[in-house]
Design a protein around this ligand. Structure first.
Ligand SMILES: *Cc1c(COP(=O)(O)O)cnc(C)c1O
Length: 379
């Protein structure tokens, strides 16, 4: 196996699920989004570990992601969060996925495919209460629910919405989230009043698990916090729930590591990498690390990133290449060829720290670590 690898700490995943259960109550259903290969961590391994730790539902974005879980031997209920094309609908049915239905055209196509396959399909109705992405508007929800109810091969099993600013502690964002939750509650009530059981009611992503207890309903859908990053500034602490700030000690699940593959001494005035953006001011030891943007390490990190070796950090110098990058070990060094290095996670910076440097979110950092980087699973 190559030196660059993503170590996936499944024990941390289990720990983080414990944190979530402590906050939201261990009897509440948890749906873990494992879309984008479990935010880059490896969907089948993550799913199996999570199901053992008490997670009951999984969620994917694409039909193919659902199929990969089924092929991996997972028979837990799987929500399909995004809208498939009409030609993918037979595979939704064949893989027993539970689509979030957004409109009657979609529901009718599902009912036809279910009938053709001779099997019932569970669906959840998705209400758009302010995310503006997918979903039926609240005023059309009862009509959509009745339509689903009226179809022989559809089983109306749940009702969902998604929150747009749940992780924010800004006053106007808190009030927008409260408004979304209220709209959702009213919509669910109108479905009940029409004599229809809304099934499993759910809305909370990680931000809402931490900040909005009134959004928890029957099931929560936290993703990023189970992968080890609080989307809410930690000093804010949870505003509601059984959680205390101390309970939010989430542990990053992914650790990106590599090895030193080459060391050389460069003379004052010599430059490093494409574009000759860095020049040695004094004679220095330079190490080459076999990771680059072709592995998903953002090229924009050149100039910001420091890589940890044993107890010290060494700055990246020059541009990040497709497959390699260089670090400055200084004028004297005890670092040896083949030494282990940590790019993020473990005892180094977290993916969230790197994300902050880049003005992005940890989701993007871990998702982008691609297939060329082997995953090593630690139990
Ligand atoms: C991705 C996703 C989640 C999880 O969001 P986090 O911010 O990772 O907790 C929940 N619900 C839906 C619909 C999603 O797409």
């Amino acid at each position: 196996m190559r030196g660059t690898r993503a170590i996936i700490h499944l024990d941390h995943l289990t720990w983080n699920i414990g944190v979530v259960r402590k906050i939201a109550g261990s009897e509440r259903l948890i749906c873990l989004p494992v879309k984008a290969d479990a935010y880059g961590h490896g969907a089948v391994w993550v799913a199996k570990t999570a199901l053992k730790a008490g997670v009951r539902y999984l969620a994917v974005a694409t039909v193919h992601e659902g199929k990969l879980l089924r092929d991996g031997g997972i028979d837990a209920p799987i929500l399909l969060l995004s809208i498939p094309l009409p030609e993918e609908i037979p595979d939704v049915v064949a893989n027993g996925l539970i689509p979030l239905v957004t409109d009657q055209e979609f529901a009718a196509a599902l009912a036809n495919a279910a009938k053709a396959a001779g099997r019932q399909v569970q669906v959840h109705l998705k209400i758009d209460t302010g995310m503006g992405r997918v979903g039926v508007s609240p005023d059309k929800a009862v009509e959509a629910a009745s339509f689903i109810k009226s179809r022989d091969f559809l089983v109306y099993a749940g009702t969902a919405t998604h929150l747009a600013v749940s992780e924010s502690t800004a006053v106007e964002d808190i009030s927008f989230t409260k408004q979304q939750i209220l709209r959702f509650k009213e919509t669910v009530d109108s479905i009940k009043k029409a004599g229809i059981d809304p099934g499993i009611v759910h809305s909370a992503n990680s931000g809402a698990v931490i900040l909005h207890q009134d959004s928890w309903f029957d099931m929560i859908r936290p993703g990023i916090m189970i992968y080890g990053y609080a989307p809410v500034a930690l000093e804010a602490g949870p505003l509601t729930g059984n959680g205390k700030e101390a309970d939010l000690r989430l542990k990053p699940v992914m650790e990106l590591s590599s090895r030193v593959v080459f060391i050389k001494k460069v003379k004052k005035g010599e430059s490093i990498s494409y574009g000759r953006k860095w020049t040695a001011l004094v004679d220095s030891w330079i190490a080459t690390i076999p990771i680059g943007y072709g592995d998903g390490l953002p090229r924009a990190l050149g100039g910001y990133l420091s890589i940890k070796i044993r107890d010290n950090f060494y700055p990246l110098v020059g541009r990040i290449c497709m497959d390699q990058c260089m670090i400055n070990l200084g004028p004297e060094t005890d670092i040896k060829r083949w030494d282990e290095v940590t790019i993020f996670g473990g005892k180094s910076f977290t993916a969230a720290d790197l994300a902050e440097e880049l003005g992005t979110i940890p989701y993007e950092i871990t998702c982008n670590i691609n297939k060329r980087v082997p995953r090593v699973y630690i139990k």
